[in-house]
Ligand binder design. Structure first.
Ligand SMILES: Cc1cc2nc3c(=O)[nH]c(=O)nc-3n(C[C@H](O)[C@H](O)[C@H](O)COP(=O)(O)O)c2cc1C
Length: 492
């Protein structure tokens, strides 16, 4: 399989040509998971006594420094806002939610930490459910991965963890999620004033990190290397839990390749690119832009991250139908661009094209807008425009509560154009970049009080042709207003 074929398989054609149990019957496969087992391990719990806020969002996007935290508090906060359970939503099918979303809350990425500690290099596995580290021993053989840095955070996509449910589509969904995690990780490092380098910018780091993957159904999809003062002392101060902890773990089904013939080649195409691919120099997004952002809403950075949710609402009753203020789209997109400027650019970002379907007629005319909130084309039939979105829902007869929906943020690309710059790494880079931009937009929407539901299971063809989009759809974020009584409890 080559990446053009994989690109096609990731398009709406997947509904006909990929083996995906979840596309057959959402209900029948609800309980299908990778096999589970338990493991008894000794954990190093991290503190949950964390500041509720670091700084106003406005200060963050303006590049102002937040007050410094002790290194262990900073590490604990970063991990908590990257990968630990954050909210309990008892009325929803998938009850526990984290700050970075995952398709049907499967969370296929494993997070590993490599730290320089008193002249040695130590490996840790972060367990989000327990907000604790598991020491995995000395790995001085991986010193080159760190380079001059003190800490590397390595996100390993366990494609197998989604494969029982998502079959051959698992690598695509995992890559989008990893891209979202990469953006979140960048923002957290920026807020903590940790100077960070992308893992992908160093071929040695990627090669060494890949040795942490187990089997053909895993790949390093995101990560950063950071400079953190006094980290070594702080990690040594961690006290082990008084006794062993029983962990609920999963492992790969051994029949995956028999059931899903295209899974392994797709995993390979989305894995670490061969070193022959054109390298993209690490780039600060800030360098590329000169627009001055509109003032963001008065909300804190961490509060924004905690507020992000996908509008999971099992009953969907009584959504709030209020209209948004007239300048909302411009302000959300301005904040989205400002958030991008606070992080390192991902190589595929320049190849993405944005189109926003705006649906809130009382706020701004219904129609298609670009990433700067400028109309892309005139819409003379708003009713049909909204219907076209309804037509893209995965099953005939499925209803989405369109009344509460305000916009659809769409990321499109053309593989042939992207391959000119990125060669065989284009597919991987486009998916990771789309994830990162979707996470930034989700935060911008959350700051404005909207839910942000990333989606990749719709019939995109209806939108690509109906809206004449500027490329094939890679990812979308549906945004709207939750009903006011959608119960949830923060776990943080
Ligand atoms: C890659 C990806 C694809 C997704 N695709 C869909 C989808 O097609 N339809 C849908 O309703 N939700 C989709 N979701 C949304 C998740 O189901 C939702 O984020 C998850 O339930 C977690 O909820 P939370 O984001 O509120 O924490 C997707 C999420 C991700 C990360």
């Amino acid at each position: 399989m080559n990446q053009s074929e994989a690109w096609l398989l990731g398009s709406y054609r997947r509904l006909d040509v990929l083996q995906v149990p979840a596309f057959r019957s959402a209900r029948a496969i609800a309980g299908v998971h990778a096999p589970r087992h338990s493991e008894s391990v000794r954990l190093l719990p991290l503190s949950t006594d964390l500041p509720q806020e670091l700084q106003p969002l406005a200060d963050f996007v303006a590049g102002r420094a937040a007050p410094a935290l002790p290194p262990l508090t900073a590490l604990s906060l970063l991990l908590r806002y990257l990968a630990s359970p954050q909210r309990y939503e008892p009325q929803n099918t998938y009850g526990v939610h984290r700050v970075v979303p995952s398709a049907r809350c499967l969370y296929p990425c494993r997070l590993m930490l490599l730290a320089r500690q008193h002249g040695t290099v130590q490996l840790y596995h972060y367990h989000g459910e327990h907000h604790a580290l598991q020491a995995c021993g000395e790995r001085s053989d991986l010193a080159a991965l760190l380079g001059e840095h003190d800490l590397a955070l390595i996100g390993i996509a366990q494609f197998w963890a989604m494969a029982d449910k998502y079959g051959e589509f698992a690598p695509f969904a995992s890559a989008l999620e990893a891209g979202m995690a990469q953006a979140q990780l960048n923002h957290l490092c920026a807020a903590l004033n940790w100077s960070a380098d992308s893992l992908e910018a160093s071929e040695t780091s990627m090669r060494q990190a890949a040795t942490l993957c187990q089997g053909d159904h895993e790949a390093v999809l995101y990560g950063l290397r950071c400079k953190v003062d006094e980290l070594s002392k702080a990690l040594s101060a961690l006290q082990p839990a008084p006794g062993p902890t029983l962990l609920a773990a999963s492992h790969s089904s051994d029949t995956l390749d028999q059931r899903f013939a295209k899974l392994k080649p797709l995993c390979q195409l989305l894995s670490t690119p061969p070193s022959s691919e054109p390298a993209v120099p690490q780039q600060d997004n800030a360098a590329d832009h000169d627009d001055s952002p509109l003032p963001p809403p008065e909300i804190g950075l961490l509060q924004t991250m905690r507020r992000r949710n996908s509008g999971n609402d099992a009953t969907g009753m009584a959504p709030r139908l209020n209209s948004l203020p007239g300048d909302s789209l411009g302000r959300m997109l301005s904040l989205w661009r400002a958030l991008q400027r606070r992080r390192l650019a991902l190589p595929g970002e320049a190849s993405l094209r944005v189109a926003v379907a705006w649906l809130d007629a009382r706020s701004a005319p219904i129609g298609l807008y670009d990433g700067e909130a400028m109309p892309l084309r005139h819409c003379d039939d708003p009713h049909r425009f909204v219907e076209q979105l309804q037509d893209s829902l995965p099953y005939e007869g499925m209803r989405y509560n369109m009344a509460g929906l305000k916009l659809n943020f769409m990321l499109c690309a053309d593989l042939v154009d992207a391959a000119e710059q990125h060669g065989e790494a284009a597919l991987r880079r486009l998916y990771l970049a789309a994830g990162a931009q979707a996470q930034d937009f989700s935060l911008a929407a959350a700051a404005h009080g909207l839910f942000a539901r990333p989606v990749r299971m719709l019939r995109e063809q209806a939108l690509e042709t109906g809206y004449a989009l500027p490329g094939q759809l890679v990812y979308q974020v549906l945004c709207g207003l939750n009903r006011s009584t959608n119960t949830s409890w923060e776990l943080m």
